[in-house]
Ligand binder design. Structure first.
Ligand code: NAD
Ligand code: UDP
Length: 342
């Protein structure tokens, strides 16, 4: 029988792409999501793409009763845990909501997993846990620190997972630290669908390109980088999805538990904001008007991964280029100017 995976937050941006990759790799999936930042339409589209009706449960990770029902009904090999809130600015305004969702929700999920002796866990962490890095590229042993509640919630969960691994050596707690996920499925059927005006660069660029937003504000052009704009490690969401499959395959191959295992998922290469704008303009053929504004509070100059650990342990490496990321984002945006809304 194929191994069954519970995917919390599986209706979201990274979750939908990962569900497709998991299905293609032969895993059986059950999605658990409260749809607070996603839609049934996203799940319908995943079903259409893989030609299988998805097992979807609408529920909150803070609802232990509902989770127990799910664990009673299914025998899981492990859990991939995407569910959480992710907007840095909102987390500053509503810290309790962020800690409740991201930290209390994760504790609740882990408690139910322990009850049912499901102890394989893949957690969505973020490069934000590295704060303002002293050394580039950033490897997994770099010091961690966070200034905003969102980042702090990720770091707190990492600490909880580390403590859990020490307390009970049956746990397998892979913590994937994503760099900057962008792009969309090559079909153009699924992609990132921000609720409001996007906070992140790529969806902002694509909404300018499609004419929904007038111009891009580039936050600062006086950073010590190649052209003065911020540098990030943009990674295609389908490469990221493949990283999750590689993490599960790795857990399947292990004969003893791995404890707490942090792994970066990035390309290892930094690109500047202006480089991304130029690439997007070229691929889409659209004008992307922009202006330079002040730096955004809390932003760092440069951030890119050392992806060596993912390569050596998981045999995983990002394959897609910045041009691929722009091309797939543009296909999704131009085919779905209003995202999943009709
Ligand atoms: P997303 O918002 O698209 O997906 C998250 C999903 O979780 C949504 O479908 C939402 O409805 C669901 N959810 C939220 N709270 C829930 C709860 N209490 N119970 C059940 N479901 C809940 O976000 P994404 O971009 O796909 O990110 C997935 C994960 O990766 C998040 O944990 C995020 O913090 C992390 N991450 C994302 C990025 C990024 O740039 N997208 C970078 C680093 C880490
Ligand atoms: N950025 C920008 N304009 C925007 C959004 C982002 O200039 O409208 C810049 C931001 O200052 C940073 C880079 O783009 O240098 C990536 O920002 P994003 O919010 O996408 O990711 P993060 O800052 O979390 O790495």
């Amino acid at each position: 029988m194929k191994n069954k995976i519970l995917v919390t937050g599986g209706a979201g941006y990274i979750g939908t792409h990962t569900c497709i990759a998991l299905h293609q790799a032969g895993y059986d999936i059950v999605i658990y999501d409260n749809l607070s930042n996603s839609s049934r339409e996203a799940i319908n589209r995943v079903s259409q793409l893989i030609d299988v009706s998805i097992d979807f449960i609408e529920g909150d990770i803070r609802d232990a009763k509902r989770l127990r029902e799910v664990f009673e009904a299914h025998q899981f090999f492990g859990v991939i845990h995407f569910a959480g809130l992710k907007a840095v600015g909102e987390s500053v305004a509503k810290p309790l909501m962020y800690y409740n969702n991201n930290v209390s929700g994760t504790i609740n999920l882990l408690e139910v997993m322990a009850e049912y002796k499901v102890k394989k866990f893949v957690f969505s962490s973020s490069a934000t846990v590295y704060g303002d890095p002293e050394v580039l590229p950033i490897d997994e042993n770099s010091p961690r620190s966070c200034t905003n509640p969102y980042g702090q919630s990720k770091l707190t969960v990492e600490h909880i997972l580390e403590n859990l691994a020490v307390s009970d050596n049956d746990w397998n707690l892979i913590t994937l630290r994503y760099f900057n996920p962008v792009g969309a499925h090559p079909s153009g059927q699924i992609g990132e669908d921000p609720n409001d005006i996007p906070n992140n660069l790529m969806p902002y660029i694509s909404q300018v390109a499609v004419g929904k937003l007038a111009k891009l504000n580039i936050f600062g052009n006086d950073y010590p980088t190649v052209d003065g704009t911020g540098v990030r490690d943009f990674i295609h969401v389908t490469d990221l999805a493949a990283g999750h499959v590689a993490a599960l395959n790795y857990l399947e191959d292990q004969t003893s538990a791995v404890g707490f295992l942090p792994i970066n998922l990035g390309t290892g290469k930094g690109s500047s904001v202006l480089e991304l704008v130029t690439a997007f303009t070229k691929v889409s053929g659209q004008k992307i008007p922009y202006q330079f504004t002040d730096r955004r509070a809390g932003d760092i100059a440069s951030c890119y991964a050392s992806a060596d650990k993912a390569q050596s342990l998981l045999g995983w490496q990002a394959k897609l280029s910045i041009a691929d990321m722009c091309e797939d984002t543009w296909r999704w945006q131009s085919m779905n100017p209003n995202g999943y809304k009709a």
